[in-house]
Every structure is written in C-alpha cells, then in structure tokens.
Design a protein. Structure first.
Length: 221
C-alpha cells in the first residue's frame, strides 16, 4: 500500500510540475505606460504571435503561434485600479496557450511591480517602524498596502535571495554581490540597493526572462 501511495504521489507531483511549465507567460515592454495601455485595450499594438518551440513538453515543436483572444486580470497601482486586457496566443498543434503580460505587472501579483519594490526597499531602509513606512507610502502613492501584504513580500524576497543574486549576476556585468557570510536578511538589504540602480520594470522583465520566474515567485535554491 505504501509503495503504491508513493508512486501515486510521485505521478501527481510530475503532473503538477508539467502544468506549471505549461502555464507560460511572456513579459513584454510597454513604453507608452499603464494608462495608454489601458485606454487602448484590445486595440493596443501587442507583439505579433511568436515563432518558438511550444512550451508543452508533450508537443515541444517549433510552431508559429496564433492569436487566441484575450482575458482580463486585476491590476492595482497609483495610476489605475481595475481589470486590464491580456493578449493570448495558442499553439496550432496542441492548443497550448501562452499570454503576453505587460512588464508593469508581476505574474501572480495584482500590485504594480514598481510599488511592490518600493515598499520592500523602504521597509529595509526605514528610519521608523514598519507601520510608519506603510502609512507614509500609502499616503504618498495613494494606494493601500496592509502590514500583512508587506510582510509577505518581505519574507518572499528574503527567501528568494539566492535566486535573485543568481539572476543579478547574469544581468548586471561586474556587479559586486553581498558577502556570503552575511545573513539572508543582510544580503536582501544590499541586493535591494543594487536593484534600485536599475529601472525596476525593465529589471523585472529581464529577470523573468532568465528563468521564467519573478523575483517574488517561489524559488528553491
């Protein structure tokens, strides 16, 4: 019984990971900004259907994806709060779909990536309490982050620090990373200072392209 249980559990794990691989999103640069993207809606000049290897491991063929409509997702920032349009494409051979997501978003998170980063950064470089930082930024930016939300982002960033450093090493030539003897929290503080020298939306997009995960995704390194 135990043997069959482990086999079934293993199969479920494999199936789950295959599904994760197939949930493909491609991040692209939106030079016009959030409001123009929202205003144009489905008329926005999205990237053309890509010619690439299908991300479905059961297909894995070089294909020319086809347009496959749109879907909506929630987005929350100082400029706009509500649903935004996401363009979707489909593999003509296996029907696996991919989405093109604007780089002001962070996959699986509704808050703007620039706000997420600013709150995390300020929480590490604050002079007062976490509560005072949140109240100040909420007033300055005009949105409402809770303490629970910020703590969740902070913890995820600290937990991912090894993966983030790996991505930074690939993206920024000659970068000096934190000393290996530092704690994860100390490393996170120094890494945030490095990231702050970059355009966070561009950095986020490039980081995502290096490994198809965001700097706040669940990483195990």
């Amino acid at each position: 019984m135990i043997k069959y249980f482990h086999i079934a559990a293993g199969l479920n794990f494999i199936k789950k990971n295959i599904r994760e691989v197939m949930k493909m999103q491609i991040m692209f640069h939106v030079k016009e900004g959030v409001l123009e993207y929202v205003n144009q809606g489905r008329n926005y000049p999205f990237p053309p259907p890509p010619v690439k290897r299908c991300d479905n491991p059961h297909c894995n063929k070089i294909v020319h994806y086809k347009k496959h409509g749109f879907y909506e997702r929630n987005y929350y920032s100082s400029e706009f709060e509500g649903k935004i349009i996401i363009r979707r494409y489909i593999c003509p051979l296996c029907s696996h779909t991919i989405s093109f997501i604007p780089n002001f978003c962070l996959p699986r998170f509704i808050n703007a990536v620039k706000h997420i980063f600013e709150y995390i950064y300020c929480s590490f470089y604050r002079k007062g309490s976490i509560k005072s930082v949140i109240e100040y930024l909420n007033s300055k930016i005009g949105i409402q982050f809770s303490r629970q939300t910020l703590y969740h982002y902070r913890k995820r960033f600290i937990d991912n620090i090894n993966a983030i450093q790996l991505g930074i090493r690939q993206l920024i030539t000659g970068v000096k990373l934190p000393d290996t003897t530092l704690t994860k929290e100390e490393k996170a503080r120094e890494v945030l200072a490095i990231m702050r020298t970059q355009d966070i939306q561009v950095f986020s997009q490039q980081f995502y392209l290096t490994g198809t995960k965001t700097f706040l995704a669940l990483n195990k390194l």
